[in-house]
Design a protein around this ligand. Structure first.
Ligand code: PLP
Length: 401
């Protein structure tokens, strides 16, 4: 498909810097040798009108009170002026109150659609996107089960209360994706009704994820899960919607995560896992997923619990395809990244307990997301790919400096 598309096109865009460089180096190396001028990078963006003004009106109003009303149509130049507010305690209080209200709205939607009551005081840890093995929703489930295991082995353990929220559709014929959804719902049933958990851990699968529901979800997230195997996600745009709305990201160096981390600052981003180059090197020298389980008793315990059938009313066969795929091939290297992910989540827990520090990081994420406006991407498409000039009076077409 990619070869045919390249033959029929005058420009090839990788949609994020990392993916463009992987295309020219690996997937489309021959095409790049033949016609290097065809390849260019225009990183994706999201529209601040839908993904802030419409979906997060109270945060938009707070920003307008600080910056005036030009920011939504000139995000790149204007939003950064919010940075000093990250050190203003009164502003941080308002910011936290708005996030809390957005979480109440999402809790209401979740209760209506799933019957599960979530505590808006807990960390809202969110992964919403199409269900795919490379996006590694299953790695997120392994972390949930790690927390569950900690609670079960020490019911009085001090843990940061979390609501782990999933949403996303599976393609109709994608068996493994549907089985991942089944596992998430089954884990939710067991964890949410276990008296030992005592409300400190909740798991929710929001059905029928779409843009309309997304408009309630993105503004309510504390933590954005962007945990694809490095080298697999072309760009991602959910990562941008979350960060723009003040969620902190836990993520791999994949797709636009790389550029988001550069923009918001490494100290305001929770990074873990193998790099794209490390993934290919490990694959080349022969990856043995079972070694990671044999060497890690906590990972072993989590896999054992899935195999035991407790999440399948005793049916040990139901989730066998998922476990077998992990232990035999683990194409997306979940087991190689497992411990780094769990350790990073522990750093997230510690950071979340310091509410002021978290709010400061949240404001800095929003303030530094200006370059991820779709106005910037569309302007670059006009100038560098389509070679068109838009009618004057249209602000996004104004050429800059
Ligand atoms: C933004 C969005 C996506 C893309 O999410 P990623 O995390 O980038 O994969 C998918 N579906 C909906 C409904 C969205 O709003």
């Amino acid at each position: 498909m990619a070869y045919l598309a390249a033959v029929g096109s005058h420009a090839v865009n990788g949609v994020a810097a990392l993916h463009t460089s992987l295309l020219t180096r690996d997937a489309m190396r021959d095409f790049h040798e033949l016609a290097p001028e065809m390849f260019l990078n225009v990183t994706n963006g999201v529209t601040p009108r839908r993904w802030m003004v419409v979906s997060n009106p109270t945060m938009a109003a707070l920003i307008t009170r600080r910056l005036g009303d030009g920011w939504a149509s000139d995000l790149e130049d204007e939003l950064v002026r919010l940075e000093p507010s990250a050190d203003d305690p009164a502003f941080l209080d308002e910011w936290r109150a708005i996030k809390r209200n957005n979480k109440r709205a999402l809790a209401h939607l979740m209760e209506e659609r799933t019957g599960i009551a979530a505590d808006p005081g807990s960390m809202f840890d969110v992964q919403v996107k199409r269900i795919h093995e490379y996006k590694r929703q299953l790695l997120n489930v392994l972390h949930v089960l790690t927390l569950y295991d900690r609670i079960k082995s020490r019911p009085d353990a001090a843990i940061t209360p979390r609501t782990v929220i999933f949403g996303g559709k599976a393609a109709p014929g994608y068996f493994m994706a549907k089985l991942i959804i089944k596992l998430i719902s089954s884990v939710a049933e067991v964890v949410n009704s276990d008296p030992d958990v005592a409300g400190r851990l909740k798991v929710v699968f929001i059905p029928d994820f779409n843009v309309k529901v997304g408009q309630v979800i993105y503004p309510a997230a504390d933590l954005s899960e962007q945990i694809s195997t490095a080298g697999k996600e072309a760009s991602g745009t959910g990562n941008m919607k979350f960060a723009l709305n003040g969620a902190l990201t836990i993520g791999t160096l994949d797709g636009a995560n790389v550029e988001i981390r550069e923009a918001v600052g490494a100290e305001n981003f929770f990074l873990f896992g193998l790099t794209a180059d490390e993934v290919s090197a490990l694959r080349a020298r022969g990856y043995r997923p079972r070694d990671h389980v044999d060497a890690n008793p906590r990972l072993r315990a989590v896999i054992d619990r899935i195999e035991s059938g407790v999440f399948a009313k005793g049916d040990r066969g139901l989730f066998k395809p998922l476990v077998d795929a992990l232990l035999s091939y683990d194409t997306y290297m979940l087991l190689a990244d497992y411990q780094a992910y769990v350790d990073c989540q522990d750093r997230v827990d510690a950071a979340f307990r310091d509410e002021r520090r978290w709010a400061r990081m949240s404001v800095l994420n929003t303030a530094r997301m200006g370059r991820f406006s779709s106005d910037r991407s569309i302007r670059e498409y006009c100038e560098r790919i389509w070679k068109v000039k838009l009618a004057c009076g249209c602000r996004l077409a104004e050429p800059r400096g």
